[in-house]
Design a protein around this ligand. Structure first.
Ligand code: NAD
Ligand code: UGA
Length: 513
């Protein structure tokens, strides 16, 4: 097992693979880093000389890529060569929730990870360290190892057929050895570069045998180029895999907890921001991740909790499963509550009314919209025939339409297959929602490049993402251009309520009694 790594490959050039490898290359100029992907367009975008076209928008990422790309950072579609040349291979492919078959709607779909393991097994001719960077269910390393070890069996095609390209001749050196590590990623989108430069900790889990210990040491040496050693934690491999799911479950649970209380604040006259501040000053609770909102989004929190819930059910721990599932249910409730408040306030219908959305991304400073609360709120308002006008500084028109259509596709699948094992998310599966045709969506959803155009003549404004620029808009100009009464639903509590009230707005925040 190699211990002095000079050549790294990463399979998957997405939101994690791209920025993570760019930072490794930046901080380790002595290591060649090649990021590969089957998506040709994505690789072309990573190689674009115009850095504003990088496929992932992250503050500071363009500078990192500019520094390392072409020096020791490369993006390519040649997956096999990258695997062959590397001593250490990161798997950073997507692990979405399964949308079919066993575990549909709950379990992680590991088909992409499995494909990577099979490809490594087929292509490798020398010893490799294989690093799980994707978020995976506990004990996935065992499955990866089983696939890799099968390539060492005398019956494996590579070991027996000298006709296959790259295969060793029968009397050549022994089959390669593999060591599997778990190295989950904790970066958050929007702050990825900052998080990678200065992580709270780096977690590395390895197998307990000698090869496992050598492999862990090799990865520690990579990170030690810029991360203080006391922040590099090494654990058993199962603990590392489970810690990633646990970290996301705890983070999401804090948001659902404060969002649950936001509903009670609205009934009782308390202010959720004051409550969050009051409890957050207790050092045992801490102030972070207590911002009440329209609901958490992003590609991971929901998927990882459902994955955890599925694992608990698999191991016959229904009480534990129910406990964590409630975090997701509460989040669905929060998105629904926000949409319902808009309809209720606008005299029980938004039919034909112009509702302007400020923000579509799942949080500020990213162009990622996966599982964004905006998608579900828009869907509920469209069910009531609203005219939705959207402005987001970073999200493309095509992305917004694709998000809404993807949701409809899921609804179609769920209603055509009566599955008992899928999660009954009322945002996606409820019988009260009808299927919206693509033409209906195109007719009722309008996307703008200029926020003031989106807001003109609106009956109401809904803030879905906390982009900083929204605070500094000319709110008097907006008020004058809107229909009266002019409603604002601040799903992020970012606007100055008193100032807006003074202008004449009727403003509602989350958890503001
Ligand atoms: P992504 O969808 O942005 O990127 C995954 C990439 O893998 C895609 O470009 C896809 O084309 C590529 N891919 C899939 N199969 C492939 C194959 N066989 N060969 C080559 N390329 C292949 O996903 P992401 O957001 O980067 O997430 C990746 C993993 O990291 C997931 O498990 C996720 O849970 C985890 N994670 C994500 C974040 C985040 O902020 N997005 C943070 C921490 C962990
Ligand atoms: C989250 C975790 O923070 C990362 O540590 C983890 O690596 C990542 O998931 C992952 O595994 O994918 P991310 O989803 O990028 O990162 O962004 P967060 O900042 O966690 O925000 C998630 C959602 O929660 C956003 O919609 C955000 O607006 C919302 N949120 C966050 C709140 O509503 N309130 C808060 O106080 C914080």
């Amino acid at each position: 097992i190699p211990n002095n790594v000079k050549n790294i490959a990463c399979i998957g050039a997405g939101y994690v693979g791209g920025p993570t490898m760019a930072v490794i290359a930046q901080k380790c100029p002595h290591i060649k880093v090649t990021v590969v992907d089957i998506n040709e367009q994505r690789i072309a975008d990573w190689n674009d000389t115009d850095l504003s076209k990088l496929p992932v928008y992250e503050p500071g990422l363009d500078q990192v890529v500019a520094e390392a790309r072409g020096r020791n950072l490369f993006f390519s579609t040649d997956v096999e060569s990258a695997i062959r040349e590397a001593q250490m291979i990161f798997i950073s492919v997507n692990t979405p929730t399964k949308t079919y078959g066993v575990g549909k709607g709950m379990a992680a779909d590991l088909k992409y990870v499995e494909l990577c393991a099979r490809q490594i097994a087929e292509v490798a001719t020398e010893d490799k360290i294989v690093v799980e960077k994707s978020t995976l269910p506990v004990r996935t390393a065992q499955s990866i190892r089983t696939i890799l070890d099968a390539s060492r069996s005398p019956h494996h095609p590579l070991s027996s057929s000298p006709l296959l390209p790259g295969s060793p001749s029968p009397d050549s050196s022994p089959a390669p050895r593999f060591s599997v590590l778990s190295n989950p990623e904790f970066l958050a989108e929007g702050t990825a570069v900052k998080d990678l430069h200065n992580p709270d900790r780096v977690l590395i889990g390895g197998e307990e045998d000698e090869d496992g210990q050598r492999a862990m040491e090799a990865l520690v040496e990579v990170y030690a180029n810029w991360v203080p050693r006391e922040r590099i934690l090494t654990t058993r491999i199962w603990s590392s895999e489970l810690s990633k799911l646990t970290a996301n479950a705890f983070l999401a649970q804090r948001i659902s907890s404060i969002n649950a209380l936001s509903a009670l604040c609205e009934k009782t006259g308390a202010d959720v921001d004051e409550v969050a501040h009051a409890i957050g000053t207790d050092t045992r609770i801490g102030p972070k991740f207590l911002k009440s909102s329209v609901g958490f989004g992003g590609s991971c929190f929901q998927k990882d909790i459902l994955n955890l819930v599925y694992l608990c059910r698999h191991f016959n721990l229904p009480e534990v499963a129910d406990y964590w599932e409630q975090v997701v249910k509460l989040n669905d409730y929060q998105k629904h509550r926000f949409a319902k408040q808009i309809i209720d306030t606008l005299f029980n219908t938004v039919s034909g009314k112009k509702i302007a959305f400020l923000g579509w991304a799942f949080k500020k400073d990213t162009n990622d919209t996966r599982e964004s609360a905006a998608i579900y709120v828009a869907d509920e308002l469209l069910q009531d025939h609203a005219e939705i006008h959207i402005y987001d500084p970073k999200v493309s028109k095509e992305r917004i339409y694709a998000d809404l259509e993807y949701l409809q596709e899921h609804r179609r699948e769920n209603s055509s297959r009566n599955s008992d094992n899928s999660r009954n998310s009322h945002s996606c599966n409820s019988s009260q929602f009808v299927q919206l045709e693509s033409s209906f969506i195109k007719d009722h959803v309008h996307i703008h490049d200029d926020p003031y155009n989106a807001l003109e003549n609106a009956h109401a404004i809904a803030i879905l993402t906390e982009w900083d620029e929204f605070r500094s808009y000319d709110w008097l100009r907006i008020y004058e251009a809107m229909r009266k009464p002019a409603f604002v639903f601040d799903g992020r509590n970012i606007l100055n309520k008193e100032e807006l009230k003074e202008i004449g707005f009727n403003i509602k925040g989350i958890g503001k009694g």
